[in-house]
Design a protein around this ligand. Structure first.
Ligand code: ATP
Ligand code: MG
Length: 311
């Protein structure tokens, strides 16, 4: 029971969290809880320069006997964008969770710039990573506070520069109090696209060498989609990006596309190579419509409070 109750509380907390806005202090308390995965003795701070990510024969399952990732090996090159695409439940988000060390591997290694992440300090590892989740979360406080959360201590100029890159500056200035507008007052007045752009601004401010992006699947109107794409382009520049891509524009612009199907890598290549190869899963996904192909998901077996545990 000692284990189940905290997990339940966390799960119900997440639900509240997504529905409403939560007191920022509660959030900090949560972030300050020790990471679930313990550091190994003598764990080192990772030295990350370029940020090349390597999965080396990774096997993983949440429940024993039900493999979720099987023999997954790939390299996400430094400074480039690598898109993960594929049918729902294939294991794309799990790949991101393993990089953030929310779970330990069953087998294999994940390395960043050659360093096995299982031997690094989790906290330092996560400081090198920006993670934009599928459901952007806003906190009680001002719009500026919400962006500053990416890097506490950032100046007003830095916050505004990040918001500009994220295509958020203009709509922020239209708010009655600009950057000092209380997000609580806005309630649900912010559109999905605006929320996403605020969370992208937060990630830009964080300025970590590695970016993990779980693209939102919720439909955006055309204008919003273009603005979000422009924001993402700003964020992805010169960063090693692993993006779970649902938008055609993100997929086509990716340097490398990895198709994940039933826990395995089915195909790797760029858009035109994959489109032109015979019988490719990618071409089939593409023809179904890449937006809907990855969107439907079965009901989750467990609620994953992961994105609350980032720092
Ligand atoms: N916490 C968990 N406990 C048990 N099983 C889980 C858990 N999280 C995910 N799974 C299972 O692992 C498999 C891979 O899930 P994952 O979320 O990585 O897929 P995905 O490719 O991201 O799917 P989607 O495109 O729908 O987001 C699925 O079968 C899923 O049900
Ligand atoms: Mg997913």
């Amino acid at each position: 029971m000692g284990l189940i109750n905290p997990a339940r509380r966390l799960a119900s907390f997440r639900v509240q969290f997504e529905k409403s806005l939560v007191n920022a202090r509660m959030l900090y308390e949560l972030l300050d809880t020790p990471p679930r995965q313990a550091d190994v003795p003598n764990a080192k701070k990772p030295k990350i320069n370029k940020g090349e990510i390597q999965f080396d024969h990774v096997n993983f399952s949440y429940l024993s006997g039900e493999p979720v990732l099987q023999d997954v090996s790939f390299v996400a090159k430094a400074g480039q964008s690598t898109a993960l695409v594929g049918p729902s439940g294939g294991g794309k988000s799990t790949i991101i969770y393993l990089l953030l060390r929310f779970h330990d591997l069953e087998d294999g290694h994940i390395r960043i710039d050659g360093q096995d992440i299982s031997q690094t300090k989790i906290k330092s590892l996560r400081q090198k990573i920006s993670y934009v989740s599928q459901n952007p979360v806003l906190f009680e406080g001002t719009v500026a506070d919400n962006i500053r959360f990416g890097r506490p201590g950032a100046s007003q100029e830095e916050i505004e520069a990040a918001a500009k890159l994220a295509q958020a500056h203009d709509f922020i200035l239209e708010m009655h109090n600009g950057y000092e507008t209380e997000v609580g007052e806005l309630g649900s007045n912010l559109s999905g696209g605006q929320r996403q752009r605020l969370s992208i601004a937060r990630a830009i401010l964080r300025n970590a060498p590695i970016l993990l992006l779980d693209e939102a699947t919720s439909a955006l109107d055309n204008d919003s989609e273009q603005l979000v794409q422009a924001a993402l382009d700003g964020l992805m520049k010169n960063r090693t990006t692993l993006v779970i891509a649902h938008r055609l524009s993100t997929i086509q612009n990716a340097d490398t596309i990895i198709v994940i199907d039933k826990g395995r890598i089915a195909e790797t290549g760029d858009h035109s190579t994959l489109m032109n190869s015979d019988d490719s899963t990618y071409a089939k996904l593409h023809n179904i419509g890449s937006r809907s192909a990855t969107r439907k998901r079965p009901p989750a077996k467990k609620i994953q409070p992961h994105h609350l545990l980032l720092d």
